[in-house]
Design a protein around this ligand. Sequence first.
Ligand SMILES: Nc1ncnc2c1ncn2[C@@H]1O[C@H](COP(=O)(O)OP(=O)(O)OP(=O)(O)O)[C@@H](O)[C@H]1O
Ligand SMILES: [Mg+2]
Length: 306
Amino acid sequence: MNPTLSELEARATRHKAAFGGDAHIVCDNLVRIYKTEGVEVVALQGLDLLIDKGELVAIVGASGSGKSTLLNVLSGLDVPTAGVARVAGLDLLSMSARDRLRYRRSVVGFIWQQTARNLLPYLSAAENVELPMKLAGKKRERRAAELLDLLGVGYCANRKAAEMSGGEQQRVAIAVALANSPQLILADEPTGELDSETSEQVFEALRRANRELGVTAVIVTHDPLVSEQVDRTVGIRDGRTSSETLRREDAEGQIIAEEYAVLDRVGRLQLPRDFMSALHLERRVRLELETDHIGVWPAREEPSSD
Ligand SMILES: Nc1ncnc2c1ncn2[C@@H]1O[C@H](COP(=O)(O)OP(=O)(O)OP(=O)(O)O)[C@@H](O)[C@H]1O
Ligand SMILES: [Mg+2]
C-alpha cells in the first residue's frame, strides 16, 4: 500500500531530525556565496559537518578551499547564504543581531592567526583576559590568573604584548578566548606565524583547554603533523568536506591515523585527486557493486564518431 501524505511527512521530518541529532556543531548543506563586482564566488558549496561536544577537530585544506569562511560562519561573524548552521542548539542563520552579539561574547571564543589582532597592545595579559569578562558584565567565574596558568603563561600576567614572544601572545590569546567560559573555541591558523617548536606549545595549550575545560575546539591549520595530535582531522576541498582522518590506538597501543573519504547523505564522495589522475578518471566512471566493496573503473573508451 502507498504511504499516506502524513506518513511521508513524518518520514521526512524523522530524517531531518536524525541529521546532526544532538551534535554540538551541525552544518548541513552550508552554502556561502560572495558577490564582488558582479562576480560570484561559491566559497562553501553544500558543506556537511558534525562535531560532538568536547571534540578537538583540525580543519585542513588548500588555500581558498573555504576554511576561513567556515570558521567565520561558526563564529557568528558571517552569515551563510543557505543551509543550516547550528552551534549548541542555536541557529546561526536566523539569529537576531542582539543574540548574535551575545553568542559572540559568551558562547564562542576566537583566536586569529595574526598575533597582533588578538590582544590590545596597551593592556597587560591579565587585563586582556579580564576585558571580555567586563564587556559581558559577568561575574568573574574564573580568574584571569588561573586561565593564564592553565595555558602555561602565568608568568606573563603583567606583560604587554610587545614584551611577549609570538607563542606566548597566542597562548594569552587562548586565555582571552576562554575568558567567558565559551562552549566552543575556534582558531584560524593560530600557529601560522610561529616556528614549529613554538607551534607545538600553542597546540598543547589548545589541547589542554579542550581536555581540562571540556570546551569543543575547531582549529584550522596547515600543519600536516596536526592529525597526530587531534581526535579528528577534517579535510575541505572546494567548499565541501572531502576527507576525515581519525586517530585511534591499535592493540599494541600504537597511534594510527586512518583517512576516510566523506560520503554525504545523497551518496556523493570526492575521490582523491591523485587517484583520479593516476587512472585518468574524468567526467564518468563505471561502478560495480561487489559483496564487500564498490569498484570504480575508468569509463570504457567510446568509439569516436569521426
Ligand atoms: N570577503 C570575500 N569576498 C569575496 N570572496 C571571498 C571573500 N572571502 C573569501 N572569498 C573567496 O572564497 C573562497 C574561500 O576563501 P577562504 O578564505 O575561506 O579560504 P581558506 O581555505 O581560508 O584559504 P587560506 O588557506 O588561503 O586562508 C576563496 O576563493 C576566496 O577568494
Ligand atoms: Mg583562511
